[in-house]
Design a protein around this ligand. Structure first.
Ligand code: ADP
Ligand code: MG
Length: 462
């Protein structure tokens, strides 16, 4: 700005020199009205002229002269350039539109989180690392540090309540904190489906694409919800391809491995394996204690108020997932502070009595049901329960075993891994394949259908 003013003063001097040297008509016609400097940039001084015609005339006949005169007034080399009134105005208005987009600059962190659909309380800082989630954690940090470069997509899978959503949102929050203008979008897969159906039904594809394609980082939670939704899968496939091609970071969570996703087009699931896949498992006791300590720190300033015995008690009973663990801690905190009780193991037990009972009942209930299926199935096929659950590979055991696994999954929705535990510790994928085999055979083979129906009845579950 100061530069512009200074150059304007100099221009007045140059101009008076011109006035002395040029014919008065020429001077009046061409130079008299030139009295503003538009900008000074890279040592070019832009003078505003009335129109293109005058601009050309000066450039052809007088610009050299002007620049020679200028040399007497400036130390550093400067040169004049010309810009028409119209061009100058255009350039100004473009800067203004640029300015209008700048409310971004006044974008608050809260608004940025809101736009990204992120919960700012999920941070790497309060994510407790242990053996069960270390690899997932380090991969997420790397991705957050160099989005689109190290692992694309990052695919995180694991059972419910183990921190998938938390970790995924850490990535978004971290990137946003580094650059408030980064376009991060967190969406649950069912939200994606809902949006797609909504916009597609009105043929408003552009608006839909604007939401999902105009992003730098896309976080899609619980991708298994795309199962059976073919149109949405198709759309997600296109979205994935586009973002991936542009090296935009994609993070996906799921309750199972990509290869185990059911009713999902294979070209999509194969894409999920392009990057890095990590799983999160159940935390061990030591890890659960660490998590409780961290959560306690977030809840209260006086972390000593809860003795480690109480923390250990909670950690030992609630071993399923972190959400459950958190719930138990909150309950004890509430119970003891509301009634002004001491934080003793006894009081914690009372506070958690109902939760523990439900947990135990659930466990016992499921155990009874499974035992029932095992004995009914072995009776039906005239084999022993021991052979049914054994690792023996004879055909007479194989089919009954697959049927039993299928029934347990179908009737009680128990995780594959836990079903496997009832069958001599078979792994997740063995059980899953058995269940799927029976599922397929049911469509083709009437005998299988009859066996399953009869067994359902016998188990009291038809
Ligand atoms: P998921 O998405 O796998 O079902 P969430 O991310 O919703 O699980 O986690 C459930 C709860 O447990 C959340 O409140 C989350 O903050 C907490 N949580 C899970 N894992 C951790 C961890 N490692 N450290 C701290 N909190 C955790
Ligand atoms: Mg989740």
């Amino acid at each position: 700005m100061q530069d512009t003013q200074q150059q304007l003063d100099i221009w007045q001097d140059v101009k008076s020199q011109l006035e002395m040297q040029l014919e008065s008509n020429t001077y009046h016609e061409i130079f008299e009205s030139v009295d503003s400097v538009f900008k000074v940039k890279n040592n070019y001084i832009y003078l505003i002229v009335h129109d293109e015609f005058i601009k050309k005339r000066i450039e052809m006949l007088y610009l050299k002269k002007m620049n020679r005169l200028l040399e007497h007034y400036v130390d550093e080399k400067h040169e004049y350039r010309l810009i028409t009134q119209e061009q100058a105005e255009k350039e100004l208005s473009q800067e203004q539109t640029y300015d209008i987009r700048q409310p971004d600059d006044s974008l608050s962190m809260d608004e940025a989180y809101f736009n990204a659909n992120l919960n700012p309380s999920y941070t790497f800082n309060n994510f407790v690392v242990g053996n069960s989630n270390r690899l997932a954690y380090t991969s997420a940090i790397k991705v957050a540090d160099q989005p689109g470069v190290v692992a694309n997509p990052l695919y995180i899978f694991g059972d419910v309540g183990l921190g998938k959503t938390h970790l995924m949102q850490c990535v978004g929050n971290y990137i946003l904190e580094g650059n408030i203008h980064a376009k991060v979008l967190y969406a649950k897969a069912d939200q994606f489906v809902e949006d797609y159906v909504k916009y597609a039904s009105k043929k408003r594809y552009n608006e839909f694409h604007k939401i999902y394609r105009d992003v730098d980082v896309l976080l899609v939670d619980d991708i298994q919800f795309l199962s059976k939704k073919e149109k949405s899968q198709e759309e997600f496939f296109k979205l994935f391809e586009q973002l991936h091609n542009m090296q935009k970071q994609i993070v996906i969570t799921s309750d199972r491995k990509a290869t185990d996703l059911k009713d999902m087009m294979s070209r999509l699931t194969s894409r999920f394996s392009w990057g890095v896949t990590v799983d999160i498992n159940r935390p061990d006791l030591e890890h659960r204690i660490k998590i409780l300590e961290k959560k306690l720190m977030a809840e209260t300033s006086d972390t000593n108020m809860m003795p480690s015995k109480v923390i250990e008690y909670i950690a030992s009973v609630f071993d399923n997932n972190v959400r459950e663990l958190e719930g138990a801690l909150k309950r004890v905190l509430f119970y003891c502070t509301a009634f002004d009780f001491d934080f003793t193991v006894k009081n914690a037990e009372t506070a958690l009595e109902n939760l523990v009972k439900v947990k135990k009942n659930n466990k016992d209930f499921v155990k009874d049901k499974i035992q029932n299926i095992l004995s009914v199935t072995s009776d039906y096929f005239s084999i022993t329960t021991n052979d049914l659950i054994s690792k023996k590979r004879k055909r007479i055991y194989l089919y009954p075993r697959q049927i039993a696994m299928y029934l347990i999954k179908d009737l009680y929705e128990i995780p594959y891994k836990r079903i496997g535990a009832y069958f001599s510790g078979r792994d997740h994928s063995t059980v899953m394949h058995s269940v799927e085999k029976i599922n397929n055979d049911l469509q083709m083979d009437a005998n299988v259908k009859i066996d399953v129906e009869k067994l359902r009845k016998k188990c009291g579950e038809s």
